[in-house]
Design a binder for this molecule. Structure first.
Ligand code: GLV
Ligand code: MG
Length: 338
């Protein structure tokens, strides 16, 4: 049987451009914690085995006078903890802040052998990634680190969105991109005051009833983030890196969080951020294909044989294209089960 990858690489004819693909490691939830907060830091050993990615956050939500404490806290935690299969990421401060250089210097020198990915906020173009890439290369060489630390960009400025293609392809270190809806809303001068999710004012209303102009008319809330997620997913897919929905700030609204995560999953994202332990289970559920979908995908794959031609299953037409979709779902399930 063929694999989904066979379809997403150029044919080996002549001298095709090499397609780079980041090795897939489960990252359904990127769980944020403040390493300078003693209560949160104490929970790291019990939270780490529950999540795919643990991220020590140094940027927004950490007060300016706590930046050094957060950075030093992360160094201590990383040195004291065995993370097993859980990845360790950090979000450094933005490149226009007074802290980013010290973040990189300290973290790569002290715990570079334990850090899998560095998340860079407010990336505006390829030049931001090139800057981090060059610094990482120097710092890794100095510290004797042989496994390259990967880079993840947050898409959270209007300029960043305009340049998302070049950001995705800026360096072989690029691991993925997350949508940052809160900063992006501010950058675009949207009139929202929340972290991700929908808005009750962003809706369409059904047409008036011609025979009863006073009849109530239903409204349907629309997805504020559809355009940006779709754009980000395309850029990531074109460059072989992974797309993520970012944060959902209304911790109590687990239903809407699940809906937002699921929209992102269906559009191609592989994970989202969890800002509170309650969001860990939501992300795990949403970003793991549902057993019924996996069973259906396998049924189609079995029925399609070599993956060409057409068959009818339960009244639905299947062909080469649905076969490829089914491989994506089935292989994701296999990878997550491994
Ligand atoms: C995340 O950093 C955001 O701004 O949404
Ligand atoms: Mg942000």
């Amino acid at each position: 049987m063929r694999s989904a990858k066979d379809f997403f690489r150029p044919l080996a004819v002549g001298a095709p451009a090499p397609v780079r693909e980041v090795p897939f490691r489960p990252s359904r939830m990127i769980h944020f914690f403040d390493p300078g907060n003693e209560k949160m830091a104490a929970k790291v050993p019990s939270i780490a085995p529950q999540v795919d990615v643990l991220l020590g956050n140094l940027e927004d939500a950490v007060q300016a006078d706590r930046k050094e404490a957060a950075r030093n806290g992360l160094v201590q935690i990383a040195k004291a903890t065995e993370f097993g299969d859980t990845q360790l990421w950090t979000r450094i401060n933005s490149l226009d802040s007074p802290w980013a250089l010290d973040d990189l210097l300290t973290l790569v020198t002290e715990i570079g052998d334990k850090l899998d990915v560095i998340m860079v906020p407010k990336v505006e173009g390829a030049e931001d990634i090139h800057y981090v890439d060059r610094l990482l290369a120097q710092l890794e060489a100095k510290a004797g680190i042989t496994r390259p630390i990967l880079v993840h960009a947050i898409l959270e400025t209007a300029t960043g969105v305009a340049n998302v293609e070049e950001i995705a392809g800026a360096s072989p270190r690029m691991q993925g991109i997350s949508l940052g809806p809160a900063d992006l809303a501010a950058s675009r001068r949207m009139k929202t005051t929340r972290v991700g999710g929908g808005h009750p004012g962003y809706l369409v209303r059904e047409d008036p009833n011609p025979s009863d102009s006073d009849a109530p008319r239903a409204t349907f809330q629309q997805d504020l983030w559809h355009y940006t997620i779709a754009r980000m997913v395309d850029a990531c897919a074109a460059h072989g890196i992974l797309p993520y929905y970012g944060p959902f700030g209304d911790i109590r609204d687990t239903l809407a969080c699940e809906d937002q995560f699921r929209n992102a999953f269906l559009l191609g994202c592989v994970g989202a951020w969890s800002l509170h332990p309650v969001q860990i289970a939501i992300a795990k559920k949403v970003f793991s294909p549902a057993p019924a979908d996996v069973a259906w995908a396998r049924k189609v794959i079995d029925a399609m044989g070599d993956g060409t031609g057409a068959v009818m299953i339960d009244g639905k037409m299947q062909d080469d294209a649905t076969y490829k979709q089914c491989l994506v779902v089935s292989e994701l399930a296999d990878t997550l089960a491994a």
